[in-house]
Write a protein that binds this ligand. Structure first.
Ligand code: RIB
Length: 337
């Protein structure tokens, strides 16, 4: 028979409130002896708290939904790690959803999270311009967008990095090192971060006074395969370039593979990525890239959302317009002169 919190309280000779405080580690004011007795009863009867039942009373499940577009890309597990560590600090749980960059799948997950009564959602969306079919407008819990902003949705905030400046610094570095025909292998331009990086690429050229290539941007999918395929296509078409600024590290890895297969020397031809995922320092040659503080991004997004839900931001119930814009850092390694 499944025991309830009332049974545990009776068996331990305490109130249900005392049992709840021990379970939720809010037991500073409970004597060590009482706490020990409650924990012994929980252990003896293998009691597992019923989160759904308690949520009916407290109206919260102490859980957050986290929707990410591609958990196979090492960038996103880094975000999830930061979110999870912050949530676990307050004994909150995470429900991780992988949308596979598919807006329909993203919608299905958002509906599921609403049904599961999560207290808030952290969303890195598959694309910026959400279709009218987006379910976000029906979501009643607070939403923080992480890394990628989305348009016209009431969300309590956005945690991201300054993608424009990160791209600007990367391309200025390449121009300063004498590269002139730098092509941009971008992520999907329907995605906020890819758009921002293209802006930074253009600004760097504009401020340098160097004319940028007529055909300057080639749209990929933030994947290794797209970096590899696009670089091969450029070489086969004879499109001239002496530098590739890639939308993320995975695309840069693909570009390096294609250049190597054509016996093209790096850093004779410069290659720069974006993210600074774990492998970027380990490959040969190590990749010049733009570091994103991915763990801090995830941690801050969860911190803001949990504090908002707990009402500690004194903004409970109001539309909190805030943007946490974390800095990127150019990491120069061996794929540029
Ligand atoms: O690597 C995936 C890219 O998409 C990252 O650069 C991240 O910023 C996300 O937007």
């Amino acid at each position: 028979m499944k025991l309830t919190i009332k049974d545990i309280a009776r068996l331990a000779g305490v109130s249900t409130a005392t049992v709840s405080m021990v379970i939720n580690k809010k037991d500073e004011r409970i004597s060590a002896e009482t706490k020990k007795r409650v924990l012994e009863v929980i252990e003896e009867y293998n009691y597992v708290p019923n989160r759904v039942a308690s949520s009916m009373v407290t109206k919260n499940t102490k859980s957050l939904g986290l929707v990410l577009p591609d958990i196979a890309n090492p960038f996103f597990p880094g975000l999830a790690r930061g979110v999870e560590d912050r949530a676990n600090k307050d004994n909150w749980n995470i429900i991780l959803c992988n949308s596979d960059n598919d807006a329909d799948k993203e919608n299905r997950y958002l509906e599921m999270l609403q049904e599961k009564m999560v207290d808030g959602i952290i969303l890195t969306s598959a694309k910026q311009d959400l279709s009218k079919a987006s379910v976000l407008k029906k979501i009643s819990v607070p939403i923080v967008t992480l890394d990628r902003d989305i348009n016209d949705v009431q969300h309590v905030g956005l945690v991201k990095t300054d993608n424009v400046k990160g791209a600007y610094d990367a391309v200025r570095h390449m121009l300063d090192r004498g590269y002139r025909k730098i092509l941009h292998l971008s992520g999907p331009l329907s995605v906020y971060t890819a758009q921002s990086r293209y802006k930074g690429y253009l600004q760097a050229y504009a401020d340098s006074g160097v004319k940028h290539p007529k055909e300057d941007v080639f749209q990929g999918s933030f994947s290794y395969e797209s970096g590899y395929t696009m670089t091969n296509a450029l070489l086969e078409k004879g499109i001239e370039f002496d530098g590739l600024f890639c939308g993320n590290d995975l695309m840069a890895f693909g570009a390096l593979k294609a250049l190597a297969e054509h016996d093209i020397c790096v850093p004779e031809v410069g290659v720069v990525g974006f993210d600074d995922i774990y492998f970027s320092a380990l490959i040969t040659p190590p990749l010049t890239t733009v570091h994103q503080p991915v763990y801090e991004m995830g941690y801050m997004a969860a911190d803001v959302l949990i504090n908002y839900i707990k009402g500690e931001n004194k903004m409970k119930g109001k539309k909190m317009e805030f943007v946490l814009n974390l800095n990127t850092e150019l990491v120069v390694r061996n794929t540029t002169r």
